[in-house]
Design a protein around this ligand. Structure first.
Ligand code: LLP
Length: 417
């Protein structure tokens, strides 16, 4: 495999720039698929991690389905060529119009997160004269031992319903002419590095599945959510084999197709963010490296205190000293790395921020009217632009038109002096 020439890519496409190695995505996907080979399984890639059409399409060619959390993501999955029978729609607050379109699109099933939502789905299905295939997200009340913002399997979190409520919902669904309960679902959190909580949750939900089947509820899918962690620093890793074994053990005696919804595991390690140094500065003794990427391009350090390795390409022979790598945004929370060792850097030097393939671009924003970066995919040594760098016109034209409608733009404000 040829090394990626990051300097050339930064030269061609400018910075900040996201670069994804499609080969890494393939390896991650195939390792997980292989781990489940003993059973029927469907990997539904969680689009929220990185919803670029080319990434979804690439996973689709490997056989992946899609786990979507908005109708926008369902549309993306369909446009990227994922077959409708491999698409599931999850999320704690689906709007009526989203439910309607999902039912009309005839996707595999909707993951339901409350009694009220189930009733809503029934009435929308009835109005469309359709039968809605559903799965219920059960909250197993298990601590996933991850960052509190991305822990979802405790009753104190807003997700899913408890086991008693789930039972009542399955009975309601079974008795409805417009609902077909086909699956059971749980997801206890993201960036999981300990297999035990997954094992316990799978066991608990499998017990529930047994009792539902005894009630003649014809379940077909056991959806174990996503959450497998990756190595940002020196975290313990859950191997695909251990993961699959924990789930297969729980499923003993149950003939169900396994669905899993990984996001980060499939794409996280494939991506880097290239950024160039603007300036170095010292405030007293404190050294800052100001770069052209910022928290709007990569939110994870600011939001979760996440640590992403930063590497520079040259100057490795020079003595490194501690510094913070910060962006140009007017907030002290705008940083990409804190207290890391880097050699002396000058305007234009290139840095590489690692493991940003998941929840990097997909959480980027236009804060401070900054333009979201371009994205490039590399496969077999060839680089391909998969998203253009945003232009100022892209983000302003709608507002400008609306402002023109009220006649507030005069020749002064347009700069026509
Ligand atoms: N399924 C459900 C129902 C989810 O809520 C999530 C993630 C996934 C699957 C995919 O999880 P993964 O395999 O990627 O861990 N922005 C945060 C992560 C938020 C995860 C939200 N839900 C971060 O940057 O760490």
């Amino acid at each position: 495999m040829k090394d990626i020439d990051y300097n050339a890519l930064a030269q061609t496409y400018q910075t900040p720039l996201y670069v994804y190695d499609l080969q890494k995505i393939s390896s991650a996907f195939l390792s997980l698929k292989d781990a489940f080979r003993a059973r029927k399984s469907l990997i539904c890639y969680a689009l929220k991690a990185n919803s670029n059409l080319s990434i979804i399409h690439h996973l689709g060619t490997l056989g992946s389905g899609a786990d979507c959390v908005s109708i926008g993501e369902v549309r993306r999955a369909l446009r990227a060529g994922i077959p409708k029978y491999k698409i599931i729609f999850s999320g704690v607050g689906k709007q009526d119009s989203e439910i309607q379109e999902a039912l009309q699109s005839d996707i595999l099933f909707l993951n339901v997160e409350s009694e009220k939502e189930l009733q809503r789905i029934e009435s929308i299905a009835k109005a469309l004269n359709k039968v809605a295939r559903i799965s219920i997200r059960v909250n197993p009340n298990i601590d996933a031992k991850t960052h509190p913002y991305i822990s979802t399997g405790l009753h104190e979190n807003k997700f899913g319903v408890d086991i008693q409520q789930a039972k009542a919902m399955y009975i309601f669904a079974k008795n409805s002419l417009y609902i077909e309960p086909v699956g059971i679902h749980f997801h206890i959190g993201s960036q999981l590095t300990d297999i035990e909580p997954i094992r316990q949750a799978a066991k608990k939900i499998a017990q529930l599945a047994h009792s539902l089947i005894a009630l003649k509820i014809d379940l077909k899918f056991f959806d174990v959510g996503g959450g497998i962690g990756i190595r940002y620093e020196n975290e313990n890793l859950i191997s695909p084999y251990d993961y699959s074994q924990a789930i297969l053990e729980a499923l003993y005696g149950l003939d169900l197709t396994i669905i899993c919804e990984p996001g980060r595991f499939l794409v996280g390690e494939s991506g880097v963010l290239l950024t160039r140094v603007l300036y170095e500065k010292y405030n007293g003794d404190k050294r800052f490296v100001v770069v052209d990427a910022a928290m709007n391009d990569l939110m994870r350090p600011t939001l979760y205190h996440a640590k992403h390795k930063v590497e520079c390409f040259d100057k490795q022979d020079l003595e490194s000293t501690p510094c913070d790598v910060v962006g140009p945004i007017c907030e002290s929370g705008d940083y990409l790395a804190k207290n890391i060792m880097l050699p002396p850097l000058a305007h234009g030097d290139l840095l590489k921020i690692e493991n940003v393939g998941a929840y990097g671009y997909s959480m980027a924003s236009n804060y401070n009217t900054r333009l979201r970066p371009a994205e490039v995919a590399v496969q077999n040594g060839n680089a391909r632009l998969i998203k253009n760098r945003e232009r100022f016109e892209d983000i302003i034209s709608d507002e400008e038109k609306l402002l023109e409608n009220v006649g507030h733009i005069d020749s002064h404000s347009k700069g026509e002096l």
